[in-house]
Every structure is written in structure tokens, then in C-alpha cells.
Design a protein around this ligand. Structure first.
Ligand code: FAD
Ligand code: 2HG
Ligand code: ZN
Length: 474
């Protein structure tokens, strides 16, 4: 392996990818060289835009031969800086955006094959056109790509019913570091033939290979939904309500999101068109949705369950969406919380998970610590309580000093993550991954045996260390 002079590398890339396949002008590359949270600003030797899987593999063969590190990028919506090159200017950014064909939709087999650069919303639409449903749903679905979803093992709004991205995958096609193409685009539901190699690429954040396509599971298209925005007594009541709804609906709860008052205040203030669905303010809310492929009395089930919960003191008030517009309004409030947080000022984010039954206790304990120790921060703990994943975020309080607030981020993170992992047996990265941001956290909290195995896997897949170096593992 030897470092190639930049001009020789660019000439060979242009030969492989053709006109328009390599970007070097700053105006083209600059937007791709920083992450969406603007935590990192990188440089790159160029941006490669391969449009077929064999071309992705050929780019990797060239980089492996010449010792050039490669950073894969999808929609660049990730939270941990995984898709941003380092500051050396020596890495090659490989954007998958031109690799964006739906190769096949098989309604009878309930499966679909999509290339890595397909935008998630386009995959959802392709499923719908075949009268099917692809369940992954994130606030970023209009921008993020299937390859990024697979590589971060994305979670989102429907995990409690359908699982994470990992659970929606049947097969993968992956370009390996040495330039070989692993073709395992099976649509089989059962296949116990040795180690499950594909599972290693899911959540690997581009450190083991570049995913070029995936065969994905589909479900029957939903034809009925009942959606409620309910004020609840406290987070403990949320978990009790969820348990009741799962029973009453026969497992038709497809989303169950916890929302604090501050999120309602920030979204109604900063996001045009968002309004508070209830007349009076309450400390905590849930946004819950039942869905079914049949017209299934879902409204009745939800109304009756909420009335019972009202009687039991779990729920204080609730609004049921009466039409698609109201339903979209409830979801807009939820999905724009990250953007409202951003517009409101600096924030510190903790993407944590604890067992569902321990969510309330965690919010009480960690919330108490924040109130006592972070007077310049306001807690905005929200998220996918149905699967135990909380975005335990803090926003700078009005009038607080931005720099001083952010400077305390490391110390605050330590307390929160120690509490999550050591006292609650939870995770310091539930759905956003490790990227560059949480490499130190992984080293701190992962059992040494697990880290050893991860490093051995990395060496086996990428002996020259060209794939997204410095991400996940140092
Ligand atoms: P990128 O950001 O481009 O890349 C992410 C990582 O994957 C990087 O390490 C990159 O190198 C690697 N990568 C990308 N493509 C490939 C490939 N083809 N092969 C190998 N490696 C690759 N996430 C959730 O889990 N749940 C949510 O609810 C959620 N909501 C969000 C809401 C908003 C408003 C925003 C901005 C983000 C949200 N996210 C959420 C985070 C983000 O959208 C997900 O992590 C998403 O899966 C990233 O996809 P991407 O295509 O943007 O990947
Ligand atoms: C969400 O659930 C995303 O909205 C973003 O995962 C969470 O910004 C965040 O902390
Ligand atoms: Zn989330």
C-alpha cells in the first residue's frame, strides 16, 4: 500500500467514474464536508459519486491499493459525524446519492430491493405503490438514505412494533475494502447457513464495507389509523398507558412517543404551523398511534382506552385526530422537536435507552440531577418511550451564555451516561450510533472482550484500515 499523488488518484477516479463522477470544486464539495449538527468540518481529496455497485467496488480497490482512506456518505443526516471526513484533506468522500434505483418490488414475497442511495421516503412510496408498507420512519426520511439507515441501524418512530433497521433486512450487497462485491441480496426468510455476515455491516457506520443495495422486508399496507395526543399525569403513567394500549388493541400500537411541555412550547414558537392540540398546558404528553391493515374500530379502541386511563388518573386530557390533517399536525409537532431545539439555541444531546419499565425512574433521577446542577440548561426529554429510547436533551436556558453552557457538556454527559449504563443497565447510544462523536464513550463503556472482538472484526474486513478510519473504533 502506498500513498498516491493526488493528481494521479483523481485521474484514475475520473477514468473509473466518468465525467460528473468526481467533484473537486469547493462549491460542490463544501456542503458535504460538514455534518448536519455542524460539530465537525472536514476536508477531502475529492467527492466520488459512483452510480453502480461495481463502480463502488472499483473505487475501493483503487483506494486499498493506493492507501487512501474512504468515508461513505448517504443523506448526511447522521448525529455522530460518521459521514464527515477528517481535517487532513487526504480522505475520499464517497457519496452514494447516484446509486438510487429501486431494483425490484415483489408484493407476493413482501420484499423490495433498493440501492443504498435511495432516499427513505422514496422506498416508503415504492412499497405503497405495490400496496405494501415499509415501516422505518424518521423525522429525516425525506433526506436520509437506505445505506445510511442500514449503516446506523436506524430506529425512529415504529421500533416498538417493527424493530430497528436491522430487523427489516433480508439481504445485502456490499463493496468490500479489497474491491470484491459481496452479493447476498437474498429475499429468504430462513437461511441458517453459517455466520450471519450481513448483520456485521448493520450499524457498522461504513467501517467494514460500503453497502450498495439491500433487500428489505415489507408489510401489508396500513388502511386505518387512530392517533391521539394525550396529556398524561407523568412519565410513569405513560408506561402504564402503553401497556394497557398494547393489550386493548391486540398489539396494534405502532408509535408511542413521550413529549414534555417544553417541546410543545419550542415547536409552537419556532415552527410555523405547529399548534398545541390541547386547550390548557400540561407537564407531559404522549403521541400514540394505532394502525391496522384492516378498518378495525381503532378509534373506538383508542377512545375507550383513553377514557379508562382518564378514570384511573393516568390521563388528564386528550385530543383524537379527526382527520388526516389533524394527524399530520400532531406528527409535525413531534418530528420538528429537533429543529425547534436547534432554533432555540445550543443543546446537549443524550440518545439513551433504558428498559421500558425503568424510563420513569430514570427521568426522575436524571431530571433531579439536571435541575440541581445545570441552572443554565432546560431539560427536554422526549422520544421513543415505547421502546425505551429517550432523547435526554438539554437546551441552554434563555439568557444563558452559550459557550459556558456548551463547555459543561462533557461533564454533564459523564454523569448522564454513567447513570444510564451503570445504574440502569442502559445504552449511551440507543439509535444514533458512535461515529466520531462517541468513540471515547464506546471505549469507556463497552466490555473489553467486546472491544477486542470488534477490533478483530475490523482487521479481518479492512486490514489496511481504509474504511472510515477513526469512526466507531480508533
Ligand atoms: P449519513 O449521515 O450520510 O451516514 C451515517 C453513517 O453511515 C456514516 O458513518 C456513514 O459513513 C455511513 N454510511 C452512509 N451510507 C453508507 C453506505 N452505503 N455504506 C456504508 N456506510 C454508509 N435516527 C434514528 O435512528 N431515529 C430517528 O428518529 C432519527 N430522527 C432524525 C430526525 C432528524 C430531523 C434528523 C436530522 C436525523 C434523525 N436521525 C434519526 C438520524 C439520521 O437520520 C439517521 O442516523 C439516518 O439513518 C442516517 O442516514 P443518512 O443516509 O443520512 O446517513
Ligand atoms: C428524533 O427522535 C431524532 O427526533 C432526533 O432521533 C433526536 O435531536 C435529537 O436528539
Ligand atoms: Zn429518535
Amino acid at each position: 500500500m502506498k500513498a498516491a499523488p493526488q493528481s494521479a488518484l483523481l485521474a484514475r477516479l475520473e477514468h473509473l467514474l466518468g465525467a460528473g463522477g468526481v467533484l473537486t470544486a469547493e462549491s460542490d464539495t463544501a456542503p458535504l464536508l460538514t455534518d448536519q449538527r455542524e460539530l465537525y468540518r472536514g476536508k477531502a481529496v475529492a467527492v466520488a459519486l459512483p452510480d453502480t455497485a461495481p463502480r463502488v467496488a472499483a473505487v475501493l480497490a483503487l483506494c486499498n491499493e493506493t492507501g487512501v482512506a474512504v468515508v461513505p456518505q448517504g443523506g448526511n443526516t447522521g448525529y455522530c459525524g460518521g459521514a464527515t471526513p477528517d481535517e487532513s484533506g487526504a480522505q475520499l468522500l464517497v457519496s452514494l446519492r447516484r446509486l438510487n434505483r429501486i431494483r425490484a418490488v415483489d408484493a407476493l414475497n413482501y420484499s423490495l430491493v433498493a440501492e443504498a442511495g435511495c432516499v427513505l421516503a422514496d422506498v416508503q412510496r415504492a412499497a405503497e405503490e405495490a400496496d405494501r408498507f415499509f415501516p422505518l420512519s424518521l423525522g429525516s426520511e425525506g433526506t436520509c438514505q437506505i445505506g445510511g439507515n442500514l449503516s446506523t441501524n436506524a430506529g425512529g418512530l415504529h421500533v416498538l412494533r417493527y424493530g430497528m433497521m436491522r430487523d427489516l433486512v433480508l439481504g445485502l450487497e456490499v463493496a468490500l475494502a479489497d474491491g470484491r462485491l459481496l452479493s447476498a441480496l437474498t429475499t429468504l426468510r430462513k437461511d441458517n447457513t453459517g455466520y450471519d455476515i450481513k448483520s456485521l455491516f448493520l450499524g457498522a457506520e461504513g467501517t467494514l464495507g460500503i453497502i450498495t443495495a439491500a433487500s428489505l422486508k415489507l408489510y401489508p399496507r396500513m388502511s386505518a389509523a387512530a392517533t391521539a395526543f394525550a396529556a398524561i399525569r407523568d412519565p410513569r403513567a405513560a408506561v402504564q398507558l402503553l401497556a394497557r394500549l398494547r393489550e386493548a388493541s391486540g398489539e396494534r400500537v405502532s408509535a408511542f412517543e413521550l413529549i414534555p411541555r417544553l417541546a410543545v412550547e419550542l415547536t409552537t414558537r419556532h415552527i410555523p404551523g405547529v399548534r398545541d392540540p390541547l386547550d390548557a398546558p400540561h407537564a407531559w404528553y404522549v403521541l400514540c398511534e394505532l394502525t391496522s391493515a384492516r378498518p378495525d374500530r381503532l378509534d373506538t379502541i383508542l377512545t375507550e382506552s383513553l377514557e379508562q386511563a382518564l378514570g384511573a388518573g393516568l390521563v388528564a386530557d386528550a385530543a383524537l385526530a379527526r382527520n388526516e390533517g389533524e394527524r399530520a399536525g400532531f406528527w409535525k409537532l413531534r418530528e420538528t422537536i429537533p429543529e425547534a431545539q436547534r432554533r432555540d439555541g445550543a443543546s446537549l444531546k443524550h440518545d439513551v435507552a433504558v428498559p421500558v419499565a425503568a424510563i420513569a425512574q430514570f427521568i426522575e433521577r436524571a431530571g433531579e440531577w439536571v435541575r440541581a446542577n445545570v441552572p443554565d440548561g432546560r431539560l427536554i426529554a422526549y422520544g421513543h418511550v415505547g421502546d425505551g429510547n429517550l432523547h435526554f436533551n438539554l437546551n441552554q436556558a434563555p439568557g444563558a451564555d452559550r459557550a459556558a453552557f456548551l463547555a459543561r457538556g462533557e461533564a454533564i454527559k459523564r454523569v448522564i451516561h454513567d447513570m444510564v449504563v451503570r445504574e440502569f443497565g442502559g445504552s449511551f447510544s440507543a439509535e444514533h450510533g458512535i461515529g466520531r462523536l462517541k468513540v471515547g464513550e464506546l471505549e469507556r463503556y463497552a466490555p473489553p472482550v467486546e472491544l477486542d472482538l470488534m477490533r478483530a472484526i475490523k482487521r479481518a474486513f479492512d486490514p489496511n484500515g481504509i474504511l472510515n478510519p477513526g469512526k466507531v473504533l480508533r
